[in-house]
Design a protein around this ligand. Structure first.
Ligand code: PLP
Length: 376
Protein backbone atom coordinates (compact mmCIF):
# COMPACT_ATOMS: atom_id res chain seq x y z
CA UNK A 1 0.00 0.00 0.00
CA UNK A 2 1.34 3.38 -0.95
CA UNK A 3 1.35 6.54 1.14
CA UNK A 4 -1.82 8.63 1.07
CA UNK A 5 -1.03 12.32 0.66
CA UNK A 6 -3.04 15.34 1.75
CA UNK A 7 -3.47 16.97 -1.64
CA UNK A 8 -1.01 15.68 -4.24
CA UNK A 9 -0.79 16.88 -7.84
CA UNK A 10 -3.33 15.23 -10.17
CA UNK A 11 -1.82 15.19 -13.67
CA UNK A 12 -2.47 13.03 -16.69
CA UNK A 13 -2.10 12.62 -20.44
CA UNK A 14 -3.39 16.08 -21.39
CA UNK A 15 -0.78 17.73 -19.16
CA UNK A 16 1.97 15.65 -20.77
CA UNK A 17 0.68 16.46 -24.24
CA UNK A 18 0.58 20.24 -23.73
CA UNK A 19 3.95 20.43 -21.94
CA UNK A 20 5.58 18.45 -24.78
CA UNK A 21 3.83 20.71 -27.27
CA UNK A 22 5.23 23.77 -25.48
CA UNK A 23 8.71 22.23 -25.54
CA UNK A 24 8.44 21.33 -29.22
CA UNK A 25 7.23 24.82 -30.08
CA UNK A 26 10.47 26.31 -28.74
CA UNK A 27 8.61 28.63 -26.33
CA UNK A 28 10.42 27.76 -23.13
CA UNK A 29 10.70 31.32 -21.86
CA UNK A 30 8.47 33.21 -19.43
CA UNK A 31 6.38 34.35 -22.31
CA UNK A 32 4.64 32.53 -25.12
CA UNK A 33 1.28 31.28 -26.34
CA UNK A 34 0.53 29.08 -23.32
CA UNK A 35 1.09 31.99 -20.93
CA UNK A 36 -1.39 34.06 -22.96
CA UNK A 37 -3.85 31.16 -23.15
CA UNK A 38 -3.59 30.39 -19.42
CA UNK A 39 -4.16 34.03 -18.49
CA UNK A 40 -7.18 34.28 -20.80
CA UNK A 41 -8.72 31.00 -19.64
CA UNK A 42 -8.23 31.76 -15.94
CA UNK A 43 -9.66 35.27 -16.33
CA UNK A 44 -12.69 33.86 -18.17
CA UNK A 45 -13.21 31.25 -15.49
CA UNK A 46 -13.08 33.82 -12.69
CA UNK A 47 -15.16 36.35 -14.62
CA UNK A 48 -12.60 39.14 -14.57
CA UNK A 49 -11.22 40.76 -17.71
CA UNK A 50 -7.51 40.88 -16.86
CA UNK A 51 -4.92 38.46 -15.51
CA UNK A 52 -1.14 38.07 -15.32
CA UNK A 53 0.51 34.70 -14.76
CA UNK A 54 3.25 34.80 -12.11
CA UNK A 55 5.82 32.52 -10.53
CA UNK A 56 3.82 31.98 -7.31
CA UNK A 57 0.80 33.06 -5.33
CA UNK A 58 3.17 34.82 -2.95
CA UNK A 59 4.56 36.88 -5.85
CA UNK A 60 0.99 37.75 -6.82
CA UNK A 61 0.22 38.88 -3.26
CA UNK A 62 3.41 40.94 -3.16
CA UNK A 63 2.47 42.77 -6.35
CA UNK A 64 -1.19 43.10 -5.29
CA UNK A 65 -0.17 44.91 -2.10
CA UNK A 66 2.48 46.99 -3.82
CA UNK A 67 -0.12 48.13 -6.37
CA UNK A 68 -2.59 48.85 -3.57
CA UNK A 69 -0.03 51.45 -2.48
CA UNK A 70 1.34 49.56 0.52
CA UNK A 71 4.78 50.74 1.58
CA UNK A 72 7.13 51.06 4.55
CA UNK A 73 5.42 51.89 7.83
CA UNK A 74 1.92 51.01 6.62
CA UNK A 75 -0.42 48.61 8.36
CA UNK A 76 -2.15 45.82 6.41
CA UNK A 77 -5.02 43.86 7.93
CA UNK A 78 -4.63 40.12 7.41
CA UNK A 79 -6.68 37.30 8.93
CA UNK A 80 -4.72 35.56 11.66
CA UNK A 81 -6.07 32.24 10.41
CA UNK A 82 -4.15 31.79 7.17
CA UNK A 83 -0.92 30.56 5.65
CA UNK A 84 2.12 32.71 6.40
CA UNK A 85 2.46 33.89 2.78
CA UNK A 86 -0.54 36.22 3.18
CA UNK A 87 1.24 38.24 5.84
CA UNK A 88 4.76 37.86 4.44
CA UNK A 89 3.70 39.83 1.37
CA UNK A 90 3.01 42.85 3.61
CA UNK A 91 6.34 42.41 5.39
CA UNK A 92 8.22 42.35 2.05
CA UNK A 93 7.02 45.93 1.54
CA UNK A 94 8.10 47.13 4.98
CA UNK A 95 4.49 47.12 6.16
CA UNK A 96 3.16 45.61 9.36
CA UNK A 97 0.49 42.92 9.37
CA UNK A 98 -2.41 43.50 11.76
CA UNK A 99 -3.87 40.11 12.56
CA UNK A 100 -7.66 39.91 12.85
CA UNK A 101 -9.57 36.85 14.03
CA UNK A 102 -11.94 34.72 11.96
CA UNK A 103 -15.63 34.02 12.44
CA UNK A 104 -16.53 30.66 14.04
CA UNK A 105 -19.39 30.34 11.51
CA UNK A 106 -17.19 30.36 8.42
CA UNK A 107 -13.53 30.25 9.60
CA UNK A 108 -13.05 33.33 7.36
CA UNK A 109 -12.09 36.92 8.30
CA UNK A 110 -14.72 38.14 10.79
CA UNK A 111 -16.63 41.05 9.15
CA UNK A 112 -17.83 42.43 12.50
CA UNK A 113 -14.32 42.47 13.89
CA UNK A 114 -13.04 44.09 10.69
CA UNK A 115 -15.73 46.75 10.87
CA UNK A 116 -14.94 47.50 14.54
CA UNK A 117 -11.21 47.59 13.83
CA UNK A 118 -11.56 50.01 10.91
CA UNK A 119 -13.94 52.25 12.89
CA UNK A 120 -11.56 52.37 15.84
CA UNK A 121 -8.54 53.03 13.61
CA UNK A 122 -10.38 55.70 11.59
CA UNK A 123 -11.12 57.43 14.90
CA UNK A 124 -7.42 57.77 15.66
CA UNK A 125 -6.25 58.37 12.11
CA UNK A 126 -4.59 54.98 11.80
CA UNK A 127 -6.40 53.27 8.94
CA UNK A 128 -4.52 50.40 7.31
CA UNK A 129 -3.40 50.75 3.71
CA UNK A 130 -5.09 47.50 2.68
CA UNK A 131 -7.16 44.58 3.91
CA UNK A 132 -6.39 41.09 2.64
CA UNK A 133 -9.34 38.69 2.83
CA UNK A 134 -8.45 35.03 2.41
CA UNK A 135 -10.80 32.39 0.98
CA UNK A 136 -9.52 29.77 3.37
CA UNK A 137 -9.63 26.06 2.57
CA UNK A 138 -11.53 26.90 -0.61
CA UNK A 139 -14.47 28.74 0.92
CA UNK A 140 -15.08 32.39 0.06
CA UNK A 141 -14.93 35.04 2.76
CA UNK A 142 -18.14 37.05 3.31
CA UNK A 143 -17.79 39.66 0.57
CA UNK A 144 -21.28 41.17 0.90
CA UNK A 145 -20.05 42.37 4.29
CA UNK A 146 -16.33 42.90 3.65
CA UNK A 147 -16.55 44.91 0.40
CA UNK A 148 -18.82 47.69 1.77
CA UNK A 149 -16.84 47.96 5.02
CA UNK A 150 -13.58 48.47 3.11
CA UNK A 151 -15.29 50.91 0.70
CA UNK A 152 -16.73 52.92 3.62
CA UNK A 153 -13.23 53.64 4.89
CA UNK A 154 -11.56 53.87 1.47
CA UNK A 155 -9.25 50.93 2.22
CA UNK A 156 -8.17 48.70 -0.67
CA UNK A 157 -9.36 45.10 -0.48
CA UNK A 158 -7.12 42.35 -1.88
CA UNK A 159 -8.54 38.86 -2.22
CA UNK A 160 -6.20 35.98 -1.44
CA UNK A 161 -8.04 33.22 -3.31
CA UNK A 162 -4.91 31.04 -3.43
CA UNK A 163 -6.86 28.05 -2.13
CA UNK A 164 -10.22 28.82 -3.69
CA UNK A 165 -10.10 28.52 -7.48
CA UNK A 166 -13.56 27.39 -8.61
CA UNK A 167 -15.35 28.43 -5.41
CA UNK A 168 -18.19 30.94 -5.57
CA UNK A 169 -19.78 33.64 -3.49
CA UNK A 170 -23.35 34.07 -4.71
CA UNK A 171 -23.10 34.01 -8.49
CA UNK A 172 -19.55 35.34 -8.64
CA UNK A 173 -16.27 33.47 -8.50
CA UNK A 174 -13.79 33.64 -5.64
CA UNK A 175 -10.98 35.94 -6.71
CA UNK A 176 -13.27 38.49 -8.37
CA UNK A 177 -14.13 40.65 -5.34
CA UNK A 178 -11.11 42.74 -4.46
CA UNK A 179 -9.16 45.49 -6.22
CA UNK A 180 -7.20 42.40 -7.27
CA UNK A 181 -7.39 38.67 -6.64
CA UNK A 182 -4.61 36.16 -6.12
CA UNK A 183 -4.40 32.48 -7.06
CA UNK A 184 -1.76 29.86 -6.35
CA UNK A 185 -0.88 26.83 -8.48
CA UNK A 186 1.50 25.37 -5.94
CA UNK A 187 1.79 21.59 -6.02
CA UNK A 188 -0.89 21.03 -3.37
CA UNK A 189 -3.57 23.30 -4.85
CA UNK A 190 -6.73 22.24 -6.72
CA UNK A 191 -4.85 22.80 -9.97
CA UNK A 192 -1.09 23.04 -10.16
CA UNK A 193 1.69 24.26 -12.43
CA UNK A 194 4.16 22.72 -9.95
CA UNK A 195 4.70 26.29 -8.78
CA UNK A 196 2.89 29.34 -10.05
CA UNK A 197 0.32 32.01 -9.40
CA UNK A 198 -1.99 34.53 -11.03
CA UNK A 199 -3.06 38.07 -10.28
CA UNK A 200 -6.48 39.03 -11.64
CA UNK A 201 -8.35 42.32 -11.67
CA UNK A 202 -11.15 44.31 -13.26
CA UNK A 203 -8.58 47.09 -13.66
CA UNK A 204 -6.57 46.78 -16.90
CA UNK A 205 -3.97 49.34 -15.79
CA UNK A 206 -3.30 47.48 -12.54
CA UNK A 207 -2.58 44.23 -14.38
CA UNK A 208 -0.35 46.01 -16.91
CA UNK A 209 1.63 47.56 -14.05
CA UNK A 210 1.91 44.12 -12.43
CA UNK A 211 3.16 42.62 -15.69
CA UNK A 212 5.76 45.37 -15.98
CA UNK A 213 6.95 44.95 -12.38
CA UNK A 214 7.07 41.16 -12.79
CA UNK A 215 9.43 41.60 -15.76
CA UNK A 216 12.15 43.50 -13.83
CA UNK A 217 10.26 46.72 -14.69
CA UNK A 218 11.99 46.70 -18.03
CA UNK A 219 11.10 49.71 -20.15
CA UNK A 220 10.12 49.22 -23.80
CA UNK A 221 13.54 50.04 -25.28
CA UNK A 222 15.85 47.90 -27.40
CA UNK A 223 18.45 48.04 -24.65
CA UNK A 224 17.75 47.27 -20.97
CA UNK A 225 16.25 50.45 -19.50
CA UNK A 226 14.86 50.61 -15.95
CA UNK A 227 13.18 53.51 -14.17
CA UNK A 228 12.24 51.62 -11.02
CA UNK A 229 12.88 48.40 -9.17
CA UNK A 230 11.14 45.34 -10.52
CA UNK A 231 10.99 41.61 -9.91
CA UNK A 232 11.54 38.37 -11.81
CA UNK A 233 8.05 37.00 -11.24
CA UNK A 234 6.77 35.74 -14.61
CA UNK A 235 5.52 32.19 -15.13
CA UNK A 236 7.29 30.13 -17.78
CA UNK A 237 5.46 29.05 -20.91
CA UNK A 238 6.20 25.39 -20.06
CA UNK A 239 4.45 25.68 -16.71
CA UNK A 240 1.60 27.66 -18.26
CA UNK A 241 1.04 24.70 -20.62
CA UNK A 242 0.57 22.55 -17.52
CA UNK A 243 -1.83 25.18 -16.19
CA UNK A 244 -3.94 25.21 -19.36
CA UNK A 245 -4.38 21.44 -19.18
CA UNK A 246 -5.12 21.52 -15.45
CA UNK A 247 -7.65 24.33 -15.71
CA UNK A 248 -9.57 22.46 -18.41
CA UNK A 249 -10.11 19.71 -15.82
CA UNK A 250 -11.03 22.01 -12.92
CA UNK A 251 -14.71 21.00 -12.83
CA UNK A 252 -13.84 17.31 -12.71
CA UNK A 253 -11.31 17.94 -9.97
CA UNK A 254 -13.76 20.01 -7.99
CA UNK A 255 -16.51 17.39 -8.36
CA UNK A 256 -14.15 14.77 -7.00
CA UNK A 257 -13.21 16.96 -4.00
CA UNK A 258 -16.93 17.54 -3.30
CA UNK A 259 -17.47 13.77 -3.37
CA UNK A 260 -14.53 13.18 -1.03
CA UNK A 261 -15.91 15.81 1.36
CA UNK A 262 -19.42 14.33 1.19
CA UNK A 263 -18.14 10.84 1.99
CA UNK A 264 -16.16 12.07 5.00
CA UNK A 265 -19.28 13.84 6.26
CA UNK A 266 -21.44 10.77 5.69
CA UNK A 267 -19.04 8.32 7.33
CA UNK A 268 -17.48 10.43 10.09
CA UNK A 269 -20.15 13.05 10.83
CA UNK A 270 -21.99 10.80 13.29
CA UNK A 271 -18.90 10.05 15.40
CA UNK A 272 -18.95 11.69 18.81
CA UNK A 273 -16.72 14.75 18.98
CA UNK A 274 -16.09 15.02 15.23
CA UNK A 275 -17.40 18.08 13.41
CA UNK A 276 -16.57 19.70 10.07
CA UNK A 277 -15.51 23.15 8.91
CA UNK A 278 -18.84 25.02 8.67
CA UNK A 279 -20.25 25.55 5.18
CA UNK A 280 -21.16 29.19 4.69
CA UNK A 281 -24.66 29.68 3.24
CA UNK A 282 -23.56 32.23 0.64
CA UNK A 283 -21.72 30.18 -1.99
CA UNK A 284 -20.15 26.93 -3.05
CA UNK A 285 -16.68 26.02 -1.76
CA UNK A 286 -14.27 24.06 -3.92
CA UNK A 287 -13.61 21.66 -1.01
CA UNK A 288 -9.86 22.00 -1.55
CA UNK A 289 -9.26 20.39 1.84
CA UNK A 290 -11.77 18.72 4.12
CA UNK A 291 -11.13 19.94 7.66
CA UNK A 292 -12.51 18.50 10.85
CA UNK A 293 -12.52 19.51 14.50
CA UNK A 294 -11.82 16.86 17.12
CA UNK A 295 -13.31 17.43 20.57
CA UNK A 296 -11.12 15.20 22.75
CA UNK A 297 -13.63 14.95 25.61
CA UNK A 298 -16.40 13.69 23.37
CA UNK A 299 -14.23 11.70 20.97
CA UNK A 300 -11.85 10.09 23.41
CA UNK A 301 -8.82 11.03 21.30
CA UNK A 302 -7.11 14.33 20.60
CA UNK A 303 -6.47 15.77 17.15
CA UNK A 304 -2.83 14.81 17.60
CA UNK A 305 -3.78 11.22 18.54
CA UNK A 306 -5.69 10.94 15.29
CA UNK A 307 -2.92 12.53 13.24
CA UNK A 308 -0.44 10.03 14.73
CA UNK A 309 -2.75 7.09 14.08
CA UNK A 310 -3.12 8.18 10.45
CA UNK A 311 0.65 8.67 10.13
CA UNK A 312 1.27 5.19 11.54
CA UNK A 313 -0.76 3.88 8.60
CA UNK A 314 1.21 5.99 6.15
CA UNK A 315 -1.55 8.57 5.73
CA UNK A 316 -0.66 12.26 5.65
CA UNK A 317 -2.90 14.70 7.51
CA UNK A 318 -2.14 18.20 8.82
CA UNK A 319 -3.23 20.39 11.68
CA UNK A 320 -5.19 23.39 10.40
CA UNK A 321 -3.09 26.57 9.96
CA UNK A 322 -1.39 27.73 13.13
CA UNK A 323 -2.75 31.27 13.56
CA UNK A 324 -0.25 33.96 12.71
CA UNK A 325 -0.64 35.76 16.05
CA UNK A 326 0.79 32.59 17.66
CA UNK A 327 3.76 32.45 15.29
CA UNK A 328 7.07 33.65 16.74
CA UNK A 329 7.62 35.52 13.46
CA UNK A 330 4.67 37.82 14.23
CA UNK A 331 5.06 38.13 17.98
CA UNK A 332 5.22 41.92 17.65
CA UNK A 333 2.33 42.27 15.20
CA UNK A 334 -0.87 43.78 16.62
CA UNK A 335 -3.69 41.24 16.94
CA UNK A 336 -7.45 41.75 17.18
CA UNK A 337 -9.04 38.80 18.95
CA UNK A 338 -7.52 35.48 17.96
CA UNK A 339 -9.31 33.11 20.30
CA UNK A 340 -11.46 31.63 17.55
CA UNK A 341 -8.52 30.80 15.30
CA UNK A 342 -6.52 29.47 18.27
CA UNK A 343 -9.38 27.14 19.26
CA UNK A 344 -9.65 25.83 15.68
CA UNK A 345 -5.90 25.24 15.60
CA UNK A 346 -6.04 23.23 18.81
CA UNK A 347 -8.60 20.82 17.40
CA UNK A 348 -8.46 21.17 13.63
CA UNK A 349 -7.17 18.54 11.22
CA UNK A 350 -7.05 18.55 7.41
CA UNK A 351 -7.75 15.14 5.89
CA UNK A 352 -6.49 13.72 2.58
CA UNK A 353 -8.65 15.44 -0.03
CA UNK A 354 -6.91 15.07 -3.39
CA UNK A 355 -8.90 14.83 -6.60
CA UNK A 356 -6.99 11.62 -7.32
CA UNK A 357 -7.71 10.06 -3.92
CA UNK A 358 -9.12 6.61 -4.64
CA UNK A 359 -12.21 5.28 -2.88
CA UNK A 360 -10.04 2.57 -1.37
CA UNK A 361 -7.51 5.06 0.01
CA UNK A 362 -10.26 7.24 1.43
CA UNK A 363 -11.59 4.08 3.05
CA UNK A 364 -8.17 3.62 4.71
CA UNK A 365 -8.49 7.12 6.21
CA UNK A 366 -12.03 6.48 7.43
CA UNK A 367 -11.09 3.09 8.92
CA UNK A 368 -8.60 4.79 11.23
CA UNK A 369 -11.48 6.72 12.81
CA UNK A 370 -13.35 3.49 13.32
CA UNK A 371 -10.44 2.37 15.49
CA UNK A 372 -9.83 5.80 17.00
CA UNK A 373 -13.35 6.65 18.15
CA UNK A 374 -14.58 5.92 21.62
CA UNK A 375 -17.54 3.96 20.26
CA UNK A 376 -15.35 1.66 18.16
C1 PLP B 1 -3.90 31.30 1.64
C2 PLP B 1 -2.63 31.21 0.84
N1 PLP B 1 -2.06 32.34 0.43
C3 PLP B 1 -0.95 32.34 -0.31
C4 PLP B 1 -0.32 31.17 -0.68
C5 PLP B 1 0.97 31.25 -1.42
O1 PLP B 1 0.94 30.66 -2.68
P1 PLP B 1 2.32 30.10 -3.30
O2 PLP B 1 2.70 28.88 -2.55
O3 PLP B 1 1.95 29.81 -4.73
O4 PLP B 1 3.33 31.18 -3.20
C6 PLP B 1 -0.89 29.95 -0.27
C7 PLP B 1 -0.35 28.62 -0.61
O5 PLP B 1 0.69 28.22 -0.81
C8 PLP B 1 -2.05 29.97 0.53
O6 PLP B 1 -2.59 28.83 0.98
Amino acid sequence: MSRVYLSPPDVGDEERRLVVDALDSGWVAPLGPYVDAFEAALAARVGVPHAVALSSGTAALHLALLLAGVGPGDDVIVPTFTFVATANAATYLGARPVLVDCSPDTWQLDPDLLSQTLAERAGRGALPKAVVAVDLYGQAADYARLVPVCAQYGVALVEDAAEALGATYGDAAAGSFGASGVFSFNGNKIITTSGGGMLVSHDAALIERARHLATQAREPEVHYEHLRMGFNYRLSNLLAALGVAQLAGLDRRMARRHAVNARYRAELGHLPGISFMPRAPYGEPNDWLTCILVDPDAHGRTREDIRSLLEARDIESRPTWKPLHLQPLFRDAPAVGGGVAAAIFERGLCLPSGSNLSDADQGRVIDVFGHAGRGA
